[in-house]
Write a protein that binds this ligand. Structure first.
Ligand SMILES: [Zn+2]
Length: 89
């Protein structure tokens, strides 16, 4: 009976590690889509609920490219053109 819980625990840990690797691989510092190499199609969307709960240490900025539907996390230190535009106007 204990063996089931060990297997279950190992499976859960493995799933969590996979989720963290998936999420960390999507963190980037440049404000542009890697696939299209452009920033004009990007839109900010909310992080999925399971990411908020399971990987809370990830950057809050979550973007999706409207052109190719690639999603990625943007680090807080990344320079953004939008911020600069707001300052100048
Ligand atoms: Zn794209």
């Amino acid at each position: 009976m204990t063996g089931i819980f060990i297997i279950l625990g190992v499976a859960l840990a493995f799933a969590y590690v996979c989720l963290v690797i998936w999420a960390v691989s999507r963190v980037q510092s440049s404000h542009e889509c890697k696939k299209c190499a452009t920033s004009i199609h990007l839109e900010r969307i909310g992080r999925p609920a399971f990411v908020k709960k399971l990987v809370p240490f990830l950057p809050e900025k979550y973007y999706r490219c409207r052109h190719c539907y690639t999603t990625f996390f943007l680090t807080a230190s990344a320079s953004r053109r939008e911020t600069r535009r707001k300052v100048s106007s």
